[in-house]
Design a protein around this ligand. Structure first.
Ligand code: SAM
Length: 248
């Protein structure tokens, strides 16, 4: 499955989507993924958005990887659910999720204004209407009334250490909401070490799911953190503090 043009060969990936996610994109969703790919390649000429630009690698590491985090809860995602992608960068995992779940409301949050400015030009090109963008630090946004305790799902990929990601995500979630932390290698010891921080934030580690990437055969883990009771007001701490002094 290789090609040297900027074509994602999405129809050929149909079987892999089906086997791994029990889902296949409709033709219009395939077109949107292709447009997203082209938009990222074009943005990459001005901004350093991603090193992953070859079509197969882009498909696996940006599209498949973004969606596999939702695989365990795929069937329970309902129209109108609010999903926030914290530290979205060039829009991952949030944009593939927005394409796969057009009836949900996705917020893409990043502290780097130029990344959000790029996304604000990309989203109208995709002609999707379920995405909004937000510039800011997760620590500050998590203390704002209009965002605190107001999302059903928070996605966090490649942003910081696990307990830092938990401190960014849990205050933004409603009671019963779910944070999904995308990680690479993961051990039981790391699960143990993360428990106290998640508890302080009002949550519980619901599960740790292991995935194997379908083309390069590498291991991914997604942590599912559930909010049992709304996070207390002192979290998230001031901007910079979670990363300087991670909860433990
Ligand atoms: N999630 C994307 C992905 O997986 O491709 C981007 C990952 S990139 C390595 C990390 C992003 O997180 C950067 O765009 C950075 O600006 C953002 N970020 C880091 N700390 C943040 C914070 N406290 N609040 C909001 N965004 C943050």
């Amino acid at each position: 499955m290789t090609n040297d043009q900027n074509v994602l060969l999405l129809p050929q990936m149909t079987e892999v989507w089906q086997e791994t996610l029990n889902w296949q994109p409709a033709p219009e969703q395939q077109q949107l993924f292709q447009k997203l790919y082209e938009g990222i390649l074009s943005g990459n000429r001005q901004l350093n958005l991603t090193r992953i630009t070859a079509p197969e690698e882009f498909w696996e590491k940006h599209l498949w990887d973004s969606l596999v985090g939702l695989a365990p809860i795929w069937q329970s995602i309902t129209p109108g659910q609010r999903i926030i992608d914290i530290g979205t960068g060039a829009g991952f995992p949030g944009l593939p999720v927005a394409i796969a779940f057009p009836n949900t409301a996705i917020t893409l949050l990043d502290s780097t204004r130029k990344k959000i400015t790029f996304l604000q030009t990309l989203i109208p090109q995709l002609e999707i209407n379920n995405v909004t963008t937000l510039v800011g630090r997760a620590e500050a946004i998590g203390q704002k009334q209009q965002h605190r305790h107001s999302y059903d799902i928070a996605l966090v990929r490649a942003v910081s250490a696990p307990s830092v990601c938990a401190e960014y995500a849990l205050p933004l979630l409603k009671q019963g909401g779910l944070a999904i932390l995308y990680r690479g290698h993961w051990t039981d010891e790391e699960t143990e070490a993360l428990q106290p921080a998640v508890k302080k934030l009002g949550g519980r580690i619901e599960s740790v799911e292991k995935f194997t990437t379908p083309l390069s055969d590498s291991v991914r883990h997604c942590l599912f953190l559930k909010v049992l009771s709304p996070t207390v007001a002192k979290f998230p701490r001031a901007v910079g503090l979670p990363a300087q002094d991670p909860l433990n």
